[in-house]
Design a protein around this ligand. Sequence first.
Ligand code: CP
Length: 311
Amino acid sequence: MKNPFYQKDIISCNELTKEDIAILFETASDIRKRVTEGKSIDTLAGKILSLLFFEPSSRTFSSFVSAMQRLGGGIIPITDVSHTSLVKGETFEDTVTTFSRLSDTIVIRHPREGSAKDASAVSDIPVINAGDGAGEHPTQALLDVFTILDHFKDMSSLRVTLAGDLLYGRTVHSLIRLLGLFHVSEIRLVSPTELQMPEDLVSTIQQLSISVSQTQDLADAISDTDVLYMTRVQKERFTDPLGYERLKDSFVITPETMKHLPKNAILMHPLPRIHEIAKEVDSDSRSMYFREQIPNGMYIRMALLSLILKK
Ligand code: CP
């Protein structure tokens, strides 16, 4: 079996094929089984991962750290760039070049859209995009689809509802690309008018002959959906704080909302959750964000690092 990920950058979901993703998911399933059986895996002993996080993170950063260390590799963890030579005036490009000479793969999160692609242009080792502004977050979308496939074997019959901040939410920008690749049956977009999915992404999906609708009626949209994917309003992308205050609670999932969601549907969220899902919903058996998405994120990242670094 040819490994399509070997020494490859992961910048956008546009660059992935269904065949690539099948290989990744098979590897992740195998790793998940081995980890849950308590078996150790040290296939990346001697390899080093640089984590360059120019924006805060709890899950993505920690799951890459956990993934690399569970595989026997080492890490260079940079979470506070004020402790790097960037503050002395070193350029972004020189910083990336430096870490590319010290490690075997770079994971980067940065507030500027396009930054991961720029990093890959100067790096001679693979670069993984862990979020570039409002651009993309491909490893999040991969773990999301991996989670969905644990519940629904046939992606092509799925009705998926994406809700919340669809303008600035990079996780949904990556996820909608994968939903298009897997040719789901229908996508419903629920957001305030000011936070709608970028038009180019909507038309890309429509060109695939997938039904796409936009609404503000959450209860109606979810009444026969299979997957409800909530997102938070991305406070850090607003230039006008009043705009955030006005929109932050546009859609909130409560136990009452959950009555509209079918019994066999699932509720997902990339996290962090602020106000958009009430705490009482966490114990609902359909809520996947803490129970499944977080551990699956680690398994997907273990699989990705293994495939990128070993032939
Ligand atoms: N889902 C996600 O990207 O979470 P963090 O911002 O905590 O990494």
